[in-house]
Design a protein around this ligand. Structure first.
Ligand SMILES: Nc1ncnc2c1ncn2[C@@H]1O[C@H](COP(=O)(O)OP(=O)(O)OP(=O)(O)O)[C@@H](O)[C@H]1O
Length: 273
């Protein structure tokens, strides 16, 4: 008996997106995107500024509609998946409510879905501990550093234990040390909950460190130029120093440049460090 393939976390087929179609200001942001993300898989999107990474994430999150093509999230329409809270979102700007405490921000998605107070509190305590902010539960976002605010946003995105996390440059505002620590924490959380992650970044090493596959996009109109598989096994302190790690970084860099023989090709908006 053959085993049936599990329903993908995300399945995009022939997705195009044109903003302002039919006007003189028409912009084709995405063209012919085919992408499947398996349950529990970690996939990063990387590409030059304006290549449509955020647009792609917004389409999966049902915040934007494709001009053509189909989108399925756990086999459902993007809209149904949103209604069913199948995914958590942590996008660039932390998007916290300034008048709510850290705890109340983390509890918000649970509150909106009618979770009882005691359960909300218990879940928030757990998440505060996970992101190392227990001592700041009663602070307001403005009393925290940018990195701490990002961690609150990540805790909030995990509140409902989603099977899928959509993260658009969540670590962009963090200093290097905090960023590396958060990368480790994210991998631990993803492994512990088994959730799939789609992650936008401008950093090649970050994409390689985190991902099972790195999706390299071409300049606008954004197409998938190449998908680079990363087989580094379990990440440890030493992973970033390993030869395999540098080989994968080089593979992504070359895919971004289009071909290896053109080292000076422009890579606007991509951090090569
Ligand atoms: N709401 C919108 N209306 C019109 N054009 C848009 C809209 N949103 C995005 N675009 C255009 O679509 C293209 C892709 O934008 P998008 O933000 O998805 O790129 P990105 O790869 O995430 O860029 P960056 O790396 O700089 O964040 C850009 O040319 C942008 O100007």
């Amino acid at each position: 008996m053959t085993e049936e393939a599990p329903i993908p976390a995300v399945h995009l087929s022939a997705v195009d997106k044109t903003f302002g179609a039919g006007t003189s200001a028409s912009v084709t942001a995405l063209e012919g995107i085919d992408l499947t993300v398996a349950p529990g898989e970690f996939v990063s999107l990387i590409g030059p500024s304006g290549c449509g990474k955020s647009t792609l994430m917004r389409i999966v999150a049902d915040l934007e509609q494709p001009t053509s093509g189909t989108v399925a999230v756990f086999g459902k329409t993007a809209k149904q998946a949103r209604v069913d809270q199948d995914y958590g979102i942590a996008f660039q700007a932390a998007g916290l409510l300034p008048w709510r405490t850290v705890r109340a921000n983390i509890e918000l998605p649970l509150e909106l879905h009618g979770t009882k107070k005691a359960q909300r509190r218990a879940r928030a305590d757990e998440l505060l501990e996970t992101v190392g902010l227990t001592d700041f539960a009663n602070h307001r976002p403005e009393q925290l550093s940018g990195g701490m605010q990002q961690r609150v946003a990540i805790a909030r995105s995990l509140a409902e234990q989603p099977r899928l996390l959509l993260m658009d440059e969540p670590f962009g505002a963090l200093d290097e040390m905090t960023r590396e620590r958060m990368q480790g924490e994210l991998l631990r959380l993803a492994a512990a909950t088994g959730c799939a992650v789609v992650f936008v970044t401008h950093s090649i090493p970050e994409a390689v460190y985190l991902s099972d596959r790195v999706v390299v996009m071409s300049p606008r109109p954004g197409r998938i130029a190449e998908i680079v598989p990363v087989s580094l096994g379990e990440r440890t302190e030493d992973t970033r120093e390993a030869g395999d790690f540098f080989a994968a970084v080089t593979a992504v860099r070359e895919a971004l440049r289009g071909h290896p023989s053109d080292p000076d090709a422009p890579l606007r908006g991509v951090d090569l460090r």
